[in-house]
Design a protein around this ligand. Structure first.
Ligand code: ADP
Ligand code: ADP
Length: 235
């Protein structure tokens, strides 16, 4: 079975008295284990809404979201918290690093939340920072790192509990072309090495060219999807 299975998902937001917007309408999506998928679409098309549903951060108004066989909308809060902590790694556009903590301690934090002791969490964090090429910046605080390095810390943090799914919101949006390209390489390498599924929302054409598959959404609906092989033929 696919890692992620979404069927008939609708998300309705209330926008004031008696006014609603359907941010997603009848979206179906399957993501096999190990795939590197990019979700593209113009601003306001529903990408963040889909990100939040895939990441168990919000519930659909209707439809099913299944991750590793678990029906996310039906889980209790405690189970949801467990899934978020142990099975999903999040990379947010603004990185969301703790400013007062070193790179090492930022990365160690989710391991501690996941139940690791401090020494074990530090060891896991060191290994993840090595894996993203930041083994020499363990003691630096976020403000002592470049944007690309902060993004790598955020990726290391997302990896520390060995999630099945790495979910990244516009991960290259704040990076220059070359740094963005390196981050995409990193996603590809990590995904391949760990059999991890990577899902990004993006506007970045580099991401489009180097993902395994691209899904386009517009006005809350999936309007197109193409594998990398199909994209190569049409471009
Ligand atoms: P994107 O990430 O592609 O820019 P979003 O998922 O953020 O799109 O938004 C899709 C639609 O849902 C937009 O019309 C937006 O205004 C609306 N929307 C998003 N979040 C909320 C919310 N919390 N409350 C009300 N409307 C929302
Ligand atoms: P647009 O109206 O810009 O064509 P689409 O949702 O069709 O919007 O596509 C999103 C982006 O992906 C566009 O910028 C488009 O240039 C690009 N794109 C569309 N089809 C392909 C393709 N077959 N191969 C590569 N890039 C594509």
């Amino acid at each position: 079975p696919p890692l992620l299975h979404i069927s008939g998902v609708t998300k309705r937001y209330r926008q004031g008295r008696g006014r609603y917007v359907d941010a997603l309408r009848g979206v179906d999506l399957e993501v096999p284990r190990g795939e590197f998928l990019a979700i593209m679409g113009p601003s306001g098309s529903g990408k963040s809404t889909l990100f939040n549903l895939i990441g168990a951060l919000d519930k659909p108004t209707a439809g099913e979201v299944t991750l590793g066989g678990l029906a996310l909308p039906r889980l209790r809060p405690r189970q949801l918290a467990y899934v978020r902590c142990r099975h999903i790694g999040y990379v947010f556009q603004a990185y969301n690093l703790v400013a007062s903590l070193s790179a090492l301690k930022n990365v160690a934090l989710p391991a501690v939340f996941g139940g690791a002791g401090v020494d074990e969490a530090d060891a896991l964090a060191r290994a993840q920072l090595d894996a993203v090429g930041l083994g020499h910046r363990l003691d630096h605080r976020p403000d002592q790192l470049s944007g690309g390095q902060q993004q790598r810390v955020a990726i290391a943090r997302a990896l520390v509990n060995a999630p099945a799914l790495l979910l990244a919101d516009e991960p290259t949006a704040n990076l220059d072309h070359r740094t963005g390209s390196e981050v995409i390489d990193l996603f590809r390498e990590l995904g391949a090495a760990r059999g991890m599924t990577v899902v990004t929302t993006t506007h970045d054409h580099q991401m489009l060219q180097r993902s395994d598959r691209v899904v386009w959404i517009r006005d809350g609906q999936k309007v197109r999807e193409a594998s990398s092989a199909e994209l190569e033929i049409t471009t």
